[in-house]
Design a protein. Structure first.
Length: 279
């Protein structure tokens, strides 16, 4: 990605300079997939710096000093927070944020998930604080928009099976938000969301804690709240029964339980009453 600087004292504005931004500027070894570097999301801070949502997973905001005209921006600091994740593929980029309320900004992002034989793009929204460290606060738990499965970029000559909806611009008014989107890398479309529709779909971020349970000793009760990650494998019913009783003591919660390698589904059946959704 590059930033371009213009002198607005001319008509049309005159370009002063173009400044390239380095890949992986934080040196984070977790961010090994750099194919999405072009998807940084810029916004202006209260201090008139340029900030960039560099990644959503982990949530990382970079702040650049651009106050010296005609000079390349300098990285001032980087803020990190818990991952902003949802259930519809990795989040990659989005619209330049606009004002949500007195203390928050909103951006509409895209993600991509393999469905059937192709990548299908989806649109969601995130609300975050407009001051350091720019904590994300609200997120849409379900997509606001899904690209039509029967339409792909192939109709414009791209040799890829992908159904694309890609938010690139955002305009806010009293009537709501208009989101400008690329469609299948060959068309432009606009969709609108009213404040009432958006409010109904935004939810607070779930507690990010992942508690790891690798065994059961009959005494530990550390998993009273938060997500549970079961590592290891239950080999027999005699191992399964005490573990199932232990997990059944967790308070019921509005959460999803995913049983991977369910076998006959003993865990799923035993814990069905503790969760709002079972997969």
């Amino acid at each position: 990605m590059k930033l371009a600087e213009f002198d607005a004292g001319f008509s049309p504005p005159r370009q002063v300079g173009v400044y390239g931004l380095p890949k992986n500027p934080t040196g984070n070894p977790e961010l090994v997939d750099l194919k999405w570097e072009k998807n940084w999301v810029p916004f202006v801070t209260r201090e008139r710096h340029i900030a960039l949502i560099y990644s959503h997973e982990p949530w990382t905001v970079l702040v650049l000093d651009v106050l010296v005209p005609g000079s390349a921006p300098k990285l001032v600091t980087a803020y990190r927070d818990e991952c902003l994740t949802w259930s519809f593929g990795p989040i990659r980029g989005g619209t330049t944020p606009v004002r949500y309320d007195d203390g928050h900004l909103i951006t509409f992002f895209h993600s991509c998930q393999v469905i059937g034989s192709r990548n299908v793009y989806m649109v969601g929204a995130c609300v975050y604080r407009d001051e350091p460290p720019y904590h994300p606060q609200l997120v849409t738990c379900e997509p606001l928009l899904v690209a039509p499965y029967g339409s792909t970029v192939a109709r414009f000559g791209w040799p890829v099976l992908a159904s694309v909806i890609f938010p690139v611009g955002l305009d806010a008014s009293a009537d709501g938000y208009q989101i400008l989107c690329g469609i299948d890398d060959g068309e432009i479309g606009v969709f609108s969301v009213t404040p009432q529709e958006l409010t109904a779909r935004l939810s607070p971020l779930r507690p990010p804690a992942i508690r790891t349970l690798t065994g059961y000793d009959g005494n530990s009760m550390a998993l009273a709240a938060g997500a549970v990650w079961l590592s290891g494998e239950v080999q027999s019913v005699t191992e399964y029964l005490p573990l199932a009783r232990y997990l059944a003591m967790l308070p019921a919660q509005d959460a999803t339980f995913v049983d991977i390698g369910a076998g006959e589904g003993l865990f799923s059946v035993s814990l069905a009453g503790n969760f709002s959704r079972m997969i």
